[in-house]
Design a protein around this ligand. Structure first.
Ligand SMILES: Nc1ncnc2c1ncn2[C@@H]1O[C@H](COP(=O)(O)OP(=O)(O)OP(=O)(O)O)[C@@H](O)[C@H]1O
Length: 322
């Protein structure tokens, strides 16, 4: 028995004033799944989320939420009637409501008592470490604090689908981890799914079940984090998903992708150390080699000075198309 996707988008096209921002994008999100949308600035991440949320009407294609058509089949379903919650960077909070009332509002709409909804709201604010700011209005909060109120409000809605547009951009690392853990717990508990737009490869690979790579309004590749990192379809996908060295294949047939952990210092090949970066748990070594530049990541502090001639070993590689 196949499970109904939470979201199914087919051939979605969005045109702004003659500029096509999405060229026929198709994807689906299963219950409990988190899909990361990874793409550079201007690739169409926000546009896709806005079309799913109902903030803009696509010029072509269809979107279904929980099997129900919401766009492209007759009259579009308005945003407030879609079973989803959005956390967008520029999605304003209501200026006249305190943080507590903002986060309590979704539960009130579900018919929960005032007391209970405020209690739940306070728990969410506490989770995101801003319970002490519960009485403040947006103008009295910093950008990061406002964003946490927005996250708490989205969590309070308990939708089938969360749409996140770079939601952790203003958050410090600890709050970001707390939020991401809560998101994972929600998915396990309720089957809620999420689409998470970011241009941070590490974040996308770390939190998503699948990653969709966007370039100029087209999907380039969709796969598990490991697939898109280890087997990118082309050089663009390789660079988008993490540090990538590209060297000539030993037999002269094409180019090879080498991730920083796929080569190590010591061994039969020759290289000269062009640069070294100490990064705490590991160090990155940039080598000039006969096959091209190679970035080698080794645990611990740097082992050789810049300019040294060192041996190295190619442990694995991936043939790049194109
Ligand atoms: N309201 C608009 N009118 C005209 N063009 C727009 C509008 N909004 C976005 N675009 C264009 O559509 C394309 C996709 O933009 P979009 O904001 O979806 O990209 P993005 O991947 O979310 O970028 P970022 O990471 O910078 O937020 C870009 O070329 C952008 O200039």
């Amino acid at each position: 028995m196949s499970v109904e996707p939470v979201l199914e988008v087919v051939d979605l096209v969005v045109v702004y004033d003659g500029t096509t921002a999405l060229h026929g994008v198709s994807l689906s999100v299963a219950p409990g799944e988190v899909l990361a949308l990874l793409g550079p600035s201007g690739s169409g991440k926000s546009t896709l989320l806005h079309a799913v949320a109902g903030f803009l009407v696509p010029s072509g294609g269809t979107a279904r939420l929980g099997g129900t058509p919401v766009a492209g089949n007759g009259r579009p379903v308005p945003p407030e009637k879609r079973d989803l919650a959005v956390v967008f960077q520029n999605y304003a909070l209501w200026p006249h409501l305190s943080a507590l009332d903002t986060v309590a509002y979704p539960a009130r709409r579900r018919g929960v008592s005032r007391e209970q909804s405020r209690r739940e709201a306070l728990e969410l604010l506490d989770l995101l470490r801003i319970a002490h700011l519960a009485d403040r209005r947006p103008a009295e909060l910093s950008g990061g604090e406002q964003q946490r109120v927005g996250l708490a409000r989205a969590l309070a809605r308990r939708p089938s689908l969360y749409l996140f547009d770079e939601p952790t951009a203003h958050l410090d690392a600890h709050v970001r981890d707390v939020f991401l853990q809560e998101l994972v717990a929600r998915r396990r508990g309720t089957g809620a799914a999420g689409i998470y737009a970011t241009h941070d490869a590490e974040e996308a690979l770390g939190l998503a079940d699948r990653v969709a790579l966007l370039r100029d309004g087209r999907l380039v590749q969709v796969g598990t984090p490991q697939q898109v990192y280890e087997e990118p379809v082309d050089l663009f996908a390789a660079r988008l998903t993490g540090p990538a060295s590209v060297i000539d294949a030993p037999d002269g047939a094409g180019r090879l992708l080498v991730r920083p952990g796929w080569a190590r210092l010591g061994g039969p090949l020759e290289g000269r150390l062009r640069a070294v970066w100490f990064r705490g748990p590991h160090s990155d070594h940039l080598l000039d080699t006969a096959a091209g530049e190679v970035l080698v990541r080794q645990p611990g502090p740097p082992r050789h000075p810049v300019g040294a001639c060192v041996g190295w070993t190619l442990v694995r590689s991936w043939p790049l198309a194109g």
